[in-house]
Design a protein. Structure first.
Length: 142
């Protein structure tokens, strides 16, 4: 077991989830989340990486849930690749925040537009140590 690798594994999980490769049912998951956040005002999406429970319901649509299920199912493999044992994790959460006030609209208020986001994956190990992986960037919504 490599406790030192937990932070890296957390970062890699978050980077994978917010990447352009996370594409489900003809759209990027992050584009779906950004549009839903903008339309509902719910600017924070969270996932329990050990149970797969995601919310709030306004952002956890069926397509988003499909992406969550796929990534949560792959979480143990991603950990094992870095010699981290999932049984040593007490808690693991991912939170994606869209500070909507930082949104840059497209010409005439129409797509494409860009929204800042931050993805934080927080893991608590069996020693009580907290590990955090963070991805902060802009997402281009087409």
């Amino acid at each position: 077991m490599k406790y030192k690798a937990i932070r890296s594994a957390a970062h890699n999980f978050g980077a994978s989830f917010v990447s352009t490769l996370n594409y489900v049912d003809d759209d990027h998951t992050m584009s779906r989340l950004a549009r839903l956040a903008a339309s509902t005002g719910d600017a924070e999406f969270s996932v329990d990486l050990l149970t797969g429970v995601a919310g709030p319901p306004s952002l956890a649509t069926s397509a988003v849930q499909k992406a969550v299920r796929a990534h949560v199912a792959d979480f143990p493999r991603m950990l094992a690749a870095q010699r981290v044992e999932i049984t040593r994790l007490v808690d693991a959460k991912m939170v994606i925040r869209f500070p909507l006030k930082g949104t840059v609209a497209g010409q005439g208020g129409k797509p494409p537009w860009t929204v800042p986001f931050e993805c934080v994956v927080t893991v608590l190990d069996d020693r009580g140590m907290r590990h955090e992986g963070r991805v902060k960037d802009m997402w281009h919504v087409g």
